[in-house]
Design a binder for this molecule. Structure first.
Ligand code: ADP
Ligand code: MG
Length: 256
């Protein structure tokens, strides 16, 4: 079966893309769906957040995009069952520049992932920009997952993201869907968070997941231990939220 490829994207930084990529992927893996994380952000936070160290022999997303390595060669297992990743290093920033002069520059990731087998889901952790790396993710993806932080200016940049999605549909990937919009870092004590959540729901309607991820310090701590939240603190509210999100997502995808 072909995997469902999800681009976790929002060009705003710090909205919870990496946290959502790792935590949702770990949940899907816990539900025994073989899941692959592709780190396409030069900051490589999902690589370090999963405790993956990249040796000099290890192929990364960089070599995938330049065609120097196959996806099969670049996949590394993680300590967690059913969860693997294609890691990134800061070198990837150079690929964004090199890609500009390459043939089929937007389709490098799509073509590289094509032969990959054995995964049910692939989650691509995007950088905080709408440059060629994100375009590669959107061209390769079946769908987007858009995390939105429940803070001031939450929707800032979302209309630009949606314009990019329209262009990607016209020129690169007509079938690109949106699998969900996720409210993150929700602080139930503030009116602001409630207002933002309402506003996002009025814009995106049913696309917004019912599950809302609360602000939870355990989610912020987990990456420095190289662990998904489920391994770091399974009883935390953050872990609970991402378990619910995984279940909601699987219901959307598999029971429909
Ligand atoms: P992005 O990948 O969009 O830049 P991150 O997932 O790295 O965003 O999140 C930005 C920061 O906020 C990180 O330090 C992360 O640990 C923290 N964070 C993310 N989600 C939560 C949350 N629900 N509660 C508390 N801190 C969070
Ligand atoms: Mg990130």
């Amino acid at each position: 079966m072909r995997p469902r490829i999800l681009a976790v994207a929002n060009q705003k930084g710090g909205v919870g893309k990496t946290t959502t990529t790792i935590s949702l992927a770990a949940t899907l893996a816990a539900y025994e769906r073989p899941t692959l994380i592709v780190d396409i952000d030069p900051q490589s936070n999902s690589t370090s957040g999963l405790g993956v160290t990249v040796g000099s022999e290890q192929a990364t997303t960089y070599q995938l995009l330049t065609g120097e390595a196959t996806a099969v060669a670049a996949v590394v297992p993680t300590e967690f069952p059913h969860l693997a990743m294609i890691p990134a290093t800061p070198d990837l920033a150079g690929a964004e520049i090199e890609l500009v002069g390459m043939v089929g520059r937007e389709f490098r990731l799509r073509d590289a992932l094509q032969p990959l087998e054995g995964f049910r889901f692939v989650l691509v952790d995007c950088p905080p920009s709408l440059g060629l790396l994100t375009l590669n993710a959107l061209a390769a993806a079946d769908a987007l997952l858009i995390p939105i932080q429940c803070e001031y200016f939450a929707l800032e940049g979302v209309s630009e993201l949606m314009r990019t999605v329209d262009e990607v549909r016209r020129f690169l990937n007509p079938g690109l869907a949106i699998d969900g919009v996720l409210l993150t870092m929700y602080d139930e004590r503030t009116n602001l968070a409630r207002q933002v959540a309402q506003e996002v729901r009025s814009v995106f309607g049913d696309l917004v997941f019912e599950t809302v991820v609360p602000r939870n310090v355990r989610l912020a701590e987990a990456p420095s231990f190289g662990q998904p939240i489920q391994a770091y603190d399974l009883r935390s509210r953050g872990a609970e939220a991402y378990l619910l999100l995984g279940r909601e997502y699987l219901e959307r995808m598999e029971v429909a």
